[in-house]
Structures are given as structure tokens and as C-alpha cells.
Design a binder for this molecule. Structure first.
Ligand SMILES: Nc1nc2c(ncn2[C@@H]2O[C@H](COP(=O)(O)OP(=O)(O)O)[C@@H](O)[C@H]2O)c(=O)[nH]1
Ligand SMILES: [Mg+2]
Length: 235
């Protein structure tokens, strides 16, 4: 029996990119299970998804990326999927690399797999402030998880049923990617990074501004502290 994989596509004001991204995904396989989570976009993101005949949910307010992907996790968990994949709607991720991310999950080698642009030479250019945040997180994760996570902000990741169910209950709102890694790592889940190619977004701007990038390491330390305080009640 084929494992059921659900693709969760968070989208905030991505009307101009969505058609191409969904098209690329469908070119891979016609019958993929996709959910677009439109997080209160002010443009035609939701209408575009409907036009493309892809399953989409529209949140009435902008919850931020954490609340948006958790909506997808709740949906996929409730429908009993074995594996869920997060895939951005701005064209940065390459559908042909999906199997690299889902492979270790389906083989039972990891609970969460993160696609990283920094484990091999990919020529991907990252703004300095964001690089600093990622570097500090890599150091922090080395200390607390004994595993250096090189691309904590990557939104290209896959998880098994256990993590999916965990995230459906428990997912951070603000800078969720890195906090979720800490939460999982300290709860004993196995995290693996695999190298992937990432491209610049097709159009529009990243929601991760310089100011947010600088705030990132501080938020990380705070969340690690909070997670450590409640570590014993997580599992
Ligand atoms: N649902 C939702 N998606 C968001 C939000 N902010 C960003 N995204 C989506 O999350 C993905 C990554 O966001 P992006 O701004 O490109 O961040 P970056 O790739 O880390 O620079 C994209 O598909 C965005 O459309 C948000 O507030 N809500
Ligand atoms: Mg992006």
C-alpha cells in the first residue's frame, strides 16, 4: 500500500506565484493531496487556488506562518496521513526534490526531515542578518540538541505521523520553524537535514525582514528556556 503524503502549502499574498507552484507540483504527479492555507491574504490568493481547483482554506485573519501551517497539520492529522510535507508557495522549493525530503520519513529513519540549502554548495545567497540568526541557532541547537541544524528557517520539511499529530496539538506561532525544532529535539524526536537546492522567490518579498532576522536569535533563546521549563510535560 502506498503511504499517504499530504502537502501543506502556506500562502500569504502569493496570487502571482501560486499558479506556477501548483502547476509544478502537479507536473510531478497528477493526484497529489495538496492543501493551500491562505492566511488572510489581501490579494487574490484564495481565488487563484479555487480557480486551480486545489483544496484551499481561507483564514479570516492573518495568523502568521505558524498558525497557518498548523491549520494544515490539523487537517492532515485528522485525515490520518502517514507523512506531511510543507512546501512554500513562492517558488523557492523544487518539487523534483520532494522525494529527498520524504524518503527518510518513509524509510523510518527520521521523524522530521528538513531540506537545507547550507549542507552543500548551492550558490544560494542569504541576507547577512538572516545568516547571523541561522548561525546562532545552529550553535544553540548544537549545545541543546547535540545536533547542528544548519537551516532552521527552511520551510521545506517533511514529518511522519507522530510529529504530525504532535504539531497538530502543539505548534509555536512566532518564528515557528526554529522553535519547533527545539521542541521536537528536546522531546526525543529524530531530526535529519538533507541538502536541497533552493531558488529565489518568484516574485514579491520575503516576510523575514532584517529586523525580524535580528530578533530571531533572542526569540530562540527565550523559547528554548520556555521549552526546557516544560520539557517534562511534553510527552
Ligand atoms: N499562511 C501564511 N503564510 C505565510 C505568511 N508569511 C509567509 N508565508 C508563506 O510562507 C512561505 C515562506 O514565506 P517567505 O516570506 O517566503 O519567507 P522566507 O522564505 O523564509 O524568506 C511562503 O509560501 C509564504 O507565502 C503568513 O503570515 N501566513
Ligand atoms: Mg520564501
Amino acid at each position: 500500500m502506498n503511504p499517504k503524503i499530504h502537502i501543506i502549502v502556506p500562502a500569504f499574498n502569493e496570487a502571482r506565484n501560486l499558479e506556477k507552484v501548483i502547476g509544478q507540483l502537479r507536473a510531478l504527479a497528477a493526484n497529489l493531496d495538496i492543501l493551500v492555507v491562505d492566511d488572510g491574504s489581501r490579494d487574490a490568493t484564495f481565488e487563484t487556488a479555487r480557480k486551480l481547483n486545489v483544496l484551499a482554506v481561507k483564514l479570516v485573519n492573518n495568523l502568521g506562518i505558524g498558525g497557518a501551517v498548523q491549520t494544515g497539520f490539523k487537517y492532515a492529522a485528522r485525515r490520518g496521513y502517514d507523512c506531511a510535507l510543507q512546501f512554500d508557495s513562492d517558488g523557492q522549493h523544487d518539487p523534483s526534490q520532494i522525494s529527498k525530503i520524504t524518503g527518510p520519513i518513509l524509510a523510518g529513519e527520521a521523524d522530521l526531515v528538513i531540506g537545507t540549502r547550507y549542507l552543500s554548495k548551492t550558490g544560494y545567497r542569504t541576507p547577512l542578518a538572516r545568516r547571523a540568526g541561522i548561525f546562532i541557532f545552529s550553535f544553540i541547537s548544537g549545545v541543546f540538541l547535540r545536533q547542528r541544524i544548519t537551516d532552521s528557517t527552511s520551510g521545506f520539511r517533511a514529518m511522519n505521523k507522530k510529529v504530525l499529530e504532535f504539531f497538530a496539538r502543539e505548534y509555536p506561532v512566532d518564528f515557528p520553524d526554529a522553535e519547533a525544532i527545539i521542541l521536537l529535539g528536546l522531546s526525543g524526536f529524530r531530526i535529519k537535514e538533507v541538502p536541497v537546492e533552493m531558488k529565489p522567490r518568484l516574485s514579491g518579498h520575503s516576510s523575514t525582514t532584517t529586523l525580524k532576522s535580528l530578533y530571531y536569535p533572542f526569540k530562540m533563546l527565550l523559547s528554548i528556556f520556555a521549552v526546557l521549563l516544560r520539557k517534562n510535560i511534553l510527552r
